[in-house]
Design a binder for this molecule. Structure first.
Ligand code: 5GP
Length: 114
């Protein structure tokens, strides 16, 4: 379990970063290198690399990630649309081995992704 990930350090306050949202399971921060006008990371406090590392009994955490996304989407009135992305593994373009979901909005996104 990558307990030393950059997101663990942010979670624990070792790297001071404003939290847009936080509860017992999940927190949300602005991405340090935004690729869209809104680029928020929704991160479980439990440090596991990917969804496939989660057990059935831990899936409530994944549900919480989507609950937080929904809350932020409403609060920020992202009525023109948004994109939720989870990059996983090398081919998925993951750079931080601690599960996280990108909430992107504020411009149009192309499909398929590169
Ligand atoms: P991935 O490429 O793994 O899907 O996404 C990792 C994201 O974490 C990247 O968009 C990157 O900009 C962001 N990130 C990496 N280090 C930090 C950091 O120290 N603070 C914040 N706020 N975001 C970070």
């Amino acid at each position: 379990m990558p307990e030393d990930s950059i997101f663990c350090k942010i979670r624990d306050g070792q790297i001071p970063t404003p939290k847009l949202f936080e509860n017992d399971k999940v927190f949300a921060i602005n991405d340090i290198n935004p690729v869209a006008p809104t680029h928020i990371l929704i991160i479980p406090k439990l440090s596991k690399a990917n969804i496939d590392s989660y057990s059935i009994s831990e899936l409530d955490i994944i549900a919480s990630m989507f609950e937080v996304a929904k809350q932020i989407i409403h609060e920020k009135r992202l009525d023109n649309g948004y994109r939720l992305v989870i990059n996983s593994g090398k081919n998925g373009g993951q750079t931080v081995d601690h599960l996280h979901m990108h909430l992107l909005a504020g411009r149009e996104f192309s499909w398929p992704p590169g």
